[in-house]
Design a protein around this ligand. Structure first.
Ligand SMILES: Cc1ncc(C[n+]2csc(CCOP(=O)(O)OP(=O)(O)O)c2C)c(N)n1
Ligand SMILES: [Mg+2]
Length: 463
């Protein structure tokens, strides 16, 4: 896109205030310089300090006391009995869509149950379940365009599932086998899919948030450059614990100042491993932070998939208005499962608390109640679905378990265009260790065995 074209578009959208050019670049005049007004006139009611526009003078010394504010409301469409609150507005989901969403949520929960057990049996090294949060991931993904670019944390398998990641795709990654998209480089549940426009999960908390802000900025420019192509946005998921990282602040702030088309979705499930929200922050959840960044914000009942879908649909269209803007959505939930297979949450929370939540509310049972109230579902159908899905998951599991491991060369390739001298030293050392300790390093299951490493060493000699 030519710079002139971009600045013309920005100007037409009111985003670029002045058009003076300096060394070939448009100079953007700060809003406070455009605003006329002087604080020192005797009748001035407002001061135009550049850092706080439109602030009125007051002679009352009154600290803002957020603790005395009413908590931000939580948006719902359907109550915990599966009844639609406002019949006039109803739901914007057809019966077929509602059934498909329900089936996907059940599929996810069955995969979780079986994979959790498989880890306990020693067949998988690690796993994380989404119990209680299936509605957030599946509902959000169902309301986005497949072209939107998504960044997840790790408890959003439903996003992958809803976008078309198959059970085989999940299992191949969990086993780090030769068919894994990630070539066996990552620990389990760190899925990624170029075809589905979902970036690979990173273990390091919150790194995905500035990545999403940056991607949204790139998409803002792309949307302007190619007006004929359907505009797209970046969507970022993270937990309330991850929102304590500095990356969260940096990302939301730059997203706001650059006005990028992005939806930041916080899954507030009450815990960051063993740290409860009461030790994580003192404000009103994560939603209260949106105002601080100047970002439109909504809090949603994450157990209500219809509310999740409506919120995301509306956020998506707002995100694309006026050339782009970010939104923050806090989805409320409760983490029903342990943090991961490495965690025993009963060491830091009461069993009864978890049992209460399981009984009280849950995105799957709530949608099931809705379907039953509308005569779309019953016990027999549920039983049949669950047993069919169990079989599907188990057969994908068995298929993936049989696939061999990828070549060892993948541990080194893909970072540098060519194998570096340092890497060659590492590869030779690794090869030497494998050969010296064959009992400890049985690499027979890896494609090409230890020979996979030779390929890299030969590559250089051959060239
Ligand atoms: C930078 C960083 N610090 C700490 C960790 C360890 N860690 C992994 S998950 C997690 C909790 C995150 O909680 P939250 O963001 O609320 O997500 P949830 O697990 O509740 O879905 C922590 C502390 C990490 N992976 N990265
Ligand atoms: Mg959490």
């Amino acid at each position: 896109m030519s710079f002139r074209y971009a600045s013309r578009r920005l100007r037409s959208q009111g985003l670029l205030k002045a058009s003076s050019r300096l060394n070939g670049c448009a100079r953007v005049t700060p809003v406070w310089q455009i605003c006329r007004g002087v604080a020192s006139t005797p009748t001035a009611e407002k001061v135009l300090f550049p850092g706080a526009l439109n602030s009125e003078f007051t002679d009352t010394l009154d600290f803002l006391q957020p603790a005395t504010n009413k908590a931000i409301s939580t948006y719902r469409v359907m109550n915990q009995y599966g009844e639609i609150l406002d019949k006039e507005i109803g739901v914007d989901t057809t019966d077929e869509e509602a059934l498909a969403l329900y089936k996907n949520m059940v599929k996810l929960s069955i995969m979780d149950l079986l994979m959790f057990e498989a880890q306990r049996q020693g067949r998988l090294s690690f796993y994380m379940v989404s119990a209680g949060e299936e509605g957030i991931s599946i509902g959000s993904a169902s309301a986005l365009s497949p072209a939107d670019v998504i960044f997840c944390q790790y408890r959003e398998c439903g996003v992958y599932m809803q976008r078309g990641f198959t059970l085989d795709d999940f299992m191949n990654q969990l086993f780090a086998n030769a068919k894994d998209n990630g070539l066996g480089r990552n620990m389990p549940v760190h899925y990624g899919s170029r075809e589905l426009n979902i970036h690979t999960i990173s273990s390091t908390l919150a790194t995905q948030i500035p990545h999403a802000a940056g991607a949204a900025y790139a998409l803002k420019l792309q949307n302007m450059q190619n007006p004929a192509v359907e505009p797209r946005i970046a969507v970022c998921f993270f937990g309330e614990g991850a929102a304590s990282e500095g990356d969260f602040h940096a990302a939301l702030n730059i997203a706001a100042t650059r006005q990028v088309p992005a939806i930041f979705i916080c899954r507030n499930n009450g815990y960051a491993i063993s740290t409860p929200t009461s030790d994580q922050y003192r404000g009103d959840g994560i939603a209260s932070r949106g105002a601080g960044y100047g970002i439109a914000t909504l809090r949603v009942d994450g157990n209500d998939i219809f509310a999740v879908r409506r919120a995301i649909k509306s956020a998506r269209s707002l995100a694309l208005q006026d050339g782009g803007r970010p939104l923050l959505i806090e989805m409320m939930a409760y983490r029903v499962g342990h943090h991961s297979t490495s965690d025993d949450s009963f060491a830091y929370r009461q069993r009864v608390e978890v049992e209460d939540w399981k009984r009280r509310d849950n995105p799957i049972t709530r949608l099931r109640k809705y379907l039953e109230l509308n005569h779309l579902w019953d016990d027999a159908k549920d039983k049949a679905l669950r047993s069919a899905l169990r079989k599907e998951v188990l057969s994908a599991f068995e298929r993936a378990e049989k696939v061999g491991k990828p070549s060892l060369k993948n541990a080194f390739e893909g970072v540098w265009a060519e194998v570096t001298e340092e890497q060659r030293a590492h590869i030779s050392e690794l090869r030497d260790i494998i050969e010296r300790y064959p009992e400890e390093y049985d690499v027979g299951g890896f494609e090409g065995g230890v020979g996979g490493l030779d390929e890299l060493l030969k590559g250089k000699e051959g060239s």
